[in-house]
Write a protein that binds this ligand. Structure first.
Ligand SMILES: [Zn+2]
Length: 383
């Protein structure tokens, strides 16, 4: 500015020198021009001042603006950093939350698996329990069925036992009737089972009385015991039946003379006849009507060839006038076994079998034995 002023001074001095020289020529003319120039200089000066002022003001304004911008920028940077920090903090929180969520999900999955396992086990246990219950129910059903079957079997068994007992008793009664019909005493040929124990020596297993009572409480047991006794008796009676001469010793025979008083066929006098005369065809077979032991087989005067068989129970049968004898004394003969041949040996008027039955040493009517069985005697024709 000073330089400017100095230059302007020089310019003014020069001009003044020029003007002084020129003024010599045209003082008056340049006088106004000088005035204008001064005015212009003033104007320029004020303009320069204004510009300088304006420049100075603008710089200040710019600086202020720049400072403000700088401040704003600084502020903005701080805010941005703060925001960045916030975002980072938020990101960390989010990451932490995500991690927590993952953990929770994992825990949830574990819990779900555990729960599923528990449910599966519960289902298994339930199935097991149901199976156990079903097994139990089936076992109870089977037990009930078995019990019902056992009861039914028991009832049926008792029924059968009763029926068998009744049939056995009926058979025993029938056989006893037959025995009675022969004139024998049934109790004599077949002792009662209870009586056997009391006769003679006594013994046997010790059976406590209480056990007997307990046994009697079981109906079927006592039934069975009774039936066993009855069957033993029946067996004994059957043996007796086999050994009792209940059939004719000859087949196709005709009764020519009965038991008791008769007119003697040889001398015509009254006589006692201790047997039956059975007229048969010559050489007819004589059979043992029952099992027994031959106690005599030989010539016996008026009886000719005579065989005697002991059947037991005091019963003896005799066969006379035989043409031939097929057994010897001491032989054991079976029922229906041939023992001889019909003939007319001894005191006889014709071919016939003289047949006797003795009980306890006394002659009995053989007809009682032959008709003891209710069915008709096969092959025997009454004259
Ligand atoms: Zn005779």
């Amino acid at each position: 500015m000073r330089l400017f002023r100095r230059k302007a001074g020089w310019l003014v001095g020069g001009l003044c020198c020029v003007a002084l020289v020129a003024s010599l020529v045209a003082v008056g003319y340049f006088h106004r021009a000088l005035e204008r120039t001064e005015s212009e200089i003033a104007t320029l000066r004020s303009e320069a001042t204004r510009l300088a002022q304006m420049h100075a003001g603008r710089s200040a304004q710019d600086r202020a603006l720049l400072e403000q911008v700088g401040r704003e920028l600084a502020q903005s940077s701080v805010e941005r950093e703060a925001a960045t920090a916030d975002i980072e903090a938020q990101a960390q929180i989010v990451a932490a939350q995500e991690a927590r969520i993952e953990q929770l999900e994992a825990e949830r999955d574990t819990a779900v698996q555990y729960a599923a396992e528990q449910v599966r086990r519960a289902v298994d246990r339930r199935a097991m329990l149901e199976n156990a219950v079903n097994d139990r129910v089936q076992a109870i059903q089977e037990r009930d069925e078995a019990t019902a079957m056992r009861d039914a079997t028991l009832i049926e068994t008792r029924k059968v036992l009763r029926q068998l007992d009744a049939e056995t008793r009926a058979t025993i009664a029938d056989i006893e009737k037959i025995i009675v019909a022969t004139g024998l005493e049934p109790s004599r040929v077949v002792p009662e089972p209870n009586r056997i124990r009391r006769v003679g020596a006594r013994g046997g297993p010790y059976i406590p009385w209480k056990a007997q009572v307990a046994l009697a409480e079981h109906s079927e047991s006592s039934q069975l015991q009774t039936l066993t006794q009855q069957l033993e008796k029946l067996k004994a009676l059957r043996d007796v039946m086999v050994r009792l001469p209940l059939v004719a010793p000859v087949t196709h025979a005709i009764l020519s003379d009965g038991f008791g008083y008769r007119r003697d066929p040889v001398n015509g006098g009254g006589a006692r006849h201790e047997g039956l005369d059975l007229r048969a065809v010559r050489d007819s077979a004589v059979i043992a009507p029952a099992a027994g032991t031959v106690v005599a087989a030989g010539w016996d005067g008026a009886f000719g060839n005579l065989i005697q068989i002991d059947h037991g129970f005091g019963v003896v049968s005799r066969y006379a006038h035989l043409s031939r004898m097929l057994v010897r004394k001491g032989d054991v003969v079976a029922r229906n076994e041939q023992i001889g041949v019909v003939g007319a040996t001894g005191r006889a008027t014709g071919v016939h079998l003289h047949y006797e039955i003795w009980v306890d040493g006394q002659p009995r009517d053989p007809m009682r034995f032959l008709t003891a069985v209710s069915r008709p005697v096969v092959g025997f024709v009454h004259q």
